[in-house]
Design a protein around this ligand. Structure first.
Ligand code: NAD
Length: 289
């Protein structure tokens, strides 16, 4: 299928939520040449988001990865606003990156849906919620698609394009070409718990914890098995320490409820979280930090 039949948006891109993910999505959108508006209800978050984009572009220039002219062009294309009508005017793509709350996501997307044209695409950066369920609260659910970016957005090249039960195929294809125009690699996943990335990553992480629990090998050696044997840049236990054991436990409980026994959280993980051993952020996890 050629990109020409499914052009990416040409008009403005709106990012809702200027936090960890939102500022990064706005960064890569502006850097790819899209007029980009960063919308947030919190003026401080908007200012902080823009400052982070500027700092990351400056760092790119310092490292010789971004041309000074490209930095300036990206910043010129990027603006912030707390005015919904102003943000939405003429927008062709709206991507929400507000906190992980079903009702909140439905509400902000429904508000924007009422202000943009019928051809505009609505994207959600949810990391775990069902796109189909979010779409149940949004007028025109056929134009809603998951656009799951990874943190830090300006560095990580993967984006999961998530097809809800009612997402139109044309919308999936346009979302895919948009991701390609950001110089990132899209994978298309049908709406299902954990999509592709979390489901596989958590499966390996939980199995590694069960192996440690039953004395198969040390944490270091289990990690080396994946690092050297499978070329993972980092072993599953070290990665769990970086993500946070509490975060991993929450996702495991959700996948256990949705997908069954193979995602049951191991006792060791439950105990470590109870003891406050949450990984790097508390100084102790499978490793001492
Ligand atoms: P965050 O808390 O850093 O930022 C959320 C922003 O949304 C805040 O600036 C807040 O002011 C704003 N906001 C809240 N209500 C709003 C509203 N009604 N309208 C406009 N803005 C509003 O959150 P985050 O970590 O960037 O996560 C955002 C989404 O991305 C979540 O769905 C999360 O699951 C997903 N996600 C996060 C990561 C990650 O590593 N942090 C990775 C992938 C996906």
């Amino acid at each position: 299928m050629s990109c020409d039949s499914f052009p990416p948006p040409r008009g403005p891109v709106v990012v809702i939520g200027a936090g960890t993910m939102g500022h990064g999505i706005a960064h890569v959108s502006a850097a790819a040449g899209f007029e980009t508006r960063l919308f947030d209800v919190d003026a401080g978050a908007r200012a902080h988001g823009l400052a982070l984009v500027e700092a990351n572009l400056d760092r790119g220039v310092e490292l010789g990865k971004v041309e000074p002219a490209a930095r300036n062009a990206a910043l010129e294309l990027l603006s912030e606003t707390g005015d919904l009508a102003e943000a939405a005017a003429g927008a062709e793509l709206v991507i929400e990156a507000v906190p992980e709350d079903l009702d909140l996501k439905r509400r902000v997307l429904a508000e924007f849906a009422a202000h943009v044209g019928p051809e505009a695409i609505l994207g959600s950066n949810t990391s775990s919620l069902s796109i189909t369920r979010i779409g149940e609260g949004v007028p025109g659910p056929e134009r809603l698609v998951g656009l799951h970016f990874f943190n830090p957005v300006h560095i990580m090249s993967l984006v999961e394009v998530v097809r809800g039960d009612r997402t139109a195929e044309r919308v999936v294809e346009r979302a895919r070409t948009f991701v390609e125009s950001l110089d990132k690699e899209p994978i298309v996943v049908n709406d299902s718990p954990g999509f592709a990335s979390s489901r596989l990553g958590v499966a390996i992480g939980l199995e590694a914890i069960r192996m440690l629990e039953s004395g198969v090998a040390s944490a270091h050696d289990i990690d080396r098995a994946m690092e050297l044997g499978y070329r993972h840049p980092m072993g599953p236990l070290r990665l769990t320490d970086l993500v946070g054991l509490d975060v991993r436990l929450r996702i495991a409980r959700y996948l256990h409820a949705e997908l069954g026994e193979r995602f049951r959280p191991p006792g060791l993980l439950e105990r470590m979280v109870e003891e406050g051993k949450l990984g790097r952020k508390t100084g102790q996890g499978f490793y001492s930090w």
